[in-house]
Design a protein around this ligand. Structure first.
Ligand code: SAM
Ligand code: SF4
Length: 449
């Protein structure tokens, strides 16, 4: 069935919460809907179909979704034909699906993370079925290949290489809502990237909750380093990024591979979460502070100038002042280029939610403020070190904060803004860095001789 009524194409809107993996799932949803004849809507008011692709990693993301659902309920009163679908990690949780069933009856479709490919069929059903449709699969063994993807970004392309996670960090909901880790076959990944290159993409970002455990579930014996070697051989591809890397699986072979392959960008996102062995153990992270520091040494020796970024959490149950001091000390020692910092919050069904000695909110807030101030100082200092260098940058589009400037990305994943023209989008240009702020570098393009 097509997305047309009376020859007026119907319009869809995706609203995405959370990480790049969710962004990429929304690209797949958009691709399937456009195949079905839907057009992209400008906003909520002209949409016939609104799909919420949700995240449940932190409570704030969940609260935003409930707030939005309330507002969409008002919109639906004005537009009764509007179809509202809710998918992603939140929907995958039983207690959330129950809450939608009881309190948000006007949501037409609730689907999970394992049956995105079913959405077009569910929409067909919702067009004639008044009752709310809840269709959530517990997990699945296979991977849907060959789904259409509508890339939202013209310059950077996301390519999933694994789905799910087997690590069960004690604070994290992801393994429960995304299922066990599954690797895509290398041939499927390579052909997707070859097609992206044919479309003009020069940079890909390989996605997975733990990219460096890629291949462990495949019988061929291929691992992440082998996959990178194959991808590096793809003609006309210029840059390869990957995230997220897990410190426990970043083996010596991978350090050597990423430091030798020319297309691999000099940036590693290596979440540490905490600097105290006591907390790392309670988190079930599978490495110690010493292992992590040694890994960083190896990486920096093999790749001088590499940019390192991380995720850090404060206020995990039982985190004492001394544990937090260990985190501060580690951050001072490593000097990350930047860091995402999070306040621990309870996720229903995870082991940490039931742990004793939860840290009081005001202690968590004081710790995160201290950590952010420290990291900001380091980030600014590191950005200043780039001034005077000429860096290869891929132009992505107008700057988000100043429409007069263009924005480009360095191989080390820093944003460089410069005066340039729209027709430079997609070009790799040398930029002389002349200044910087906390979140970006500033520079000017070096004209070709
Ligand atoms: N797979 C990645 C890894 O292991 O580093 C991270 C994926 S997770 C979606 C992104 C980040 O969210 C984590 O690195 C962690 O810092 C943060 N996070 C996860 N669960 C959290 C929780 N319950 N409270 C606060 N932050 C959390
Ligand atoms: Fe969550 Fe840990 Fe898996 Fe990352 S590795 S997704 S933090 S369980």
């Amino acid at each position: 069935m097509s997305g047309k009524i009376n020859d007026n194409p119907k319009k869809y809107l995706t609203i995405t919460f959370g990480c790049q993996m969710n962004e990429h799932d929304s690209e797949i949803i958009a691709g399937m809907l456009e195949n079905k004849g839907y057009l992209s809507a400008e906003g909520q008011n002209d949409a016939d179909l609104i799909i919420l692709n949700t995240c449940c990693v932190r409570e704030t993301a969940e609260n935003k979704v409930f707030g939005l659902l309330g507002r969409l309920g008002q919109l639906k009163k004005q537009k009764p034909h509007l179809i509202i679908a809710m998918g992603g990690c939140m929907s995958q949780q039983e207690h959330i699906a129950q809450r939608i069933k009881q309190r948000f009856r006007y949501v037409n479709i609730v689907f999970g993370t394992h049956n995105i490919h079913e959405l077009p069929a569910l929409i067909d059903r919702a067009e004639y079925q008044k009752n709310q449709i809840i269709d959530i699969w517990p997990d699945r063994k296979d991977i849907s290949e060959g789904l259409s993807v509508k890339r939202f970004h013209g310059v950077r392309a996301w390519v999933s290489i694994t789905y799910g996670c087997n690590n069960f960090c004690t604070y994290c909901i992801v393994p429960y809502v995304r299922g066990r880790e599954k690797s895509r076959q290398p041939e499927a990944i390579i052909s997707e990237i070859q097609e992206l290159v044919r479309q003009g993409y020069q940079e890909v970002t390989l996605l997975g909750q733990n990219v460096n455990s890629y291949g462990k579930d495949l019988s061929s014996g291929i691992d992440f380093a082998d996959l990178l070697v194959k991808i590096n051989e793809i003609k006309d591809l210029k840059r390869i990024r990957y995230m997220t890397s897990h410190p426990k699986d970043f083996c010596d072979k991978l350090v050597t591979t990423v430091s030798h392959l020319p297309k691999i960008c000099e940036h590693i996102h290596l979440p540490v979460q905490a600097g105290s062995n006591n907390i790392l153990k309670k988190m079930n992270r599978g490495y110690t502070r010493e292992h992590y520091l040694e890994l960083v040494d190896k990486i920096r020796t093999a790749m001088p100038g590499v940019s390192l970024t991380t995720d850090i959490m404060v206020g995990f149950p039982g985190e004492s002042d001394a544990d937090f001091a260990d985190t501060v000390d580690l951050v001072k020692n490593i000097e990350y280029d930047s860091a995402f910092t999070f306040i621990y919050n309870k996720r229903q069904g995870t082991p940490a939610a039931g742990m004793q000695d939860q840290v009081p909110d005001q202690v968590k807030v004081a710790r995160i403020e201290k950590l952010i101030a420290l990291q900001n100082e380091i980030t600014l200092r590191k950005n200043k070190l780039e001034v005077g260098k000429t860096l290869e940058c891929l132009v992505e589009g107008p700057s988000k904060t100043n429409a007069d400037l263009m924005s480009a990305r360095t191989r080390t994943n820093k944003i460089a803004v410069f005066r340039g023209k729209q027709d430079m989008v997609g070009m790799l240009v040398p930029i002389l860095i002349t200044g910087c702020g906390l979140t970006h570098l500033e520079g000017e393009v070096i004209p070709a001789e």
